[in-house]
Design a protein around this ligand. Sequence first.
Ligand code: ASP
Length: 338
Amino acid sequence: MSASKPSLLILYCGGTIGMRQDVRTSALQPKLSAEELIEYAPYLTKEFNIRMQTITNLDSTNFQPHHWEEIADAIYREYDNYDGFVVIHGTDTMAYTASALSYALGNLGKPVILTGSQVPPDILGTDAVSNLVNACLAATMDFAEVAIVFGTDILRGNRSMKISESKRNAFISPVFPELGSIRLQPEITYQSIPRRHGGPLDFKNAFKGNVVVLKITPGIHPETISAIVDSKIDGLILESFGPGNIPNRETNLLPPIKKARKKDIPVLISTQCIYGTTRMYLYEVGQSAMDLGVIPTGDMTPEAAYVKLKWALGQTKDGKEIEKIFAKNIAGEVTIPD
Ligand code: ASP
């Protein structure tokens, strides 16, 4: 290894970026190994000291929380040995994994960059090589974030959402500024956390519990939510209307919420508004749910909130403790009002 070149650990997890079309069905399937993928961008190994490590090779639809833990663990073990980390991952659940890594790798002092592609490397017009190269460049830059580099965007991972199954810029960061963008080279424009030399990670790498996310719709039956509460769940996230509004008249959803709280199941209220935040005191239909001891998720993305609850359940089952964790900004995922 040349000491003058930046060193990168690339963790391969699969996704379209490593897929090929099946000759019979034409369905995209995981096919390429990490070593085969890197051959599409041979100049990367000239510019950087790269080590590839395969975590798995999956369509990220099949990702599980234990995969998040395996990636975080690999970074934790090699943390002192590399200047930056790149995680090659499917786009479908990339925002969940990015959120998980941001919580697990507390006190992060180096970039951890997730990327993938919309079009596999063998297909004309692929974005695989440009995304991979930009992710590697970003992983050597002066910032310390778990970020998604995709298309022309550099986004904070736990603020990101996949919003298009086909656009080159597949992700947005709806309520938080972009960290930067890919111009001639990647550029960081937001005042993000600078690289830190030294200082150990605050490593908390357990994601636990059966968490159910349910979208409230006009006419949803309270009995349905009640049945979910009676099933074996450890947490419930209700995606409410507007700033945290929950029906409390004809289809009154307060009784099943009350039941969950009695069982000490944390009930989180998020907003269906992608560009919004919860403000549960604003309307009577928000306050009446608030009075039951629910936890509003503020301006967190649904992905960041879901993963944060599993992370909290990895540490405690105590409702009060979970509330305390949600009152904190752990990794830049939420705006806590003053
Ligand atoms: N289904 C793929 C995945 O998430 C989509 C992609 O990578 O773009 O693995």
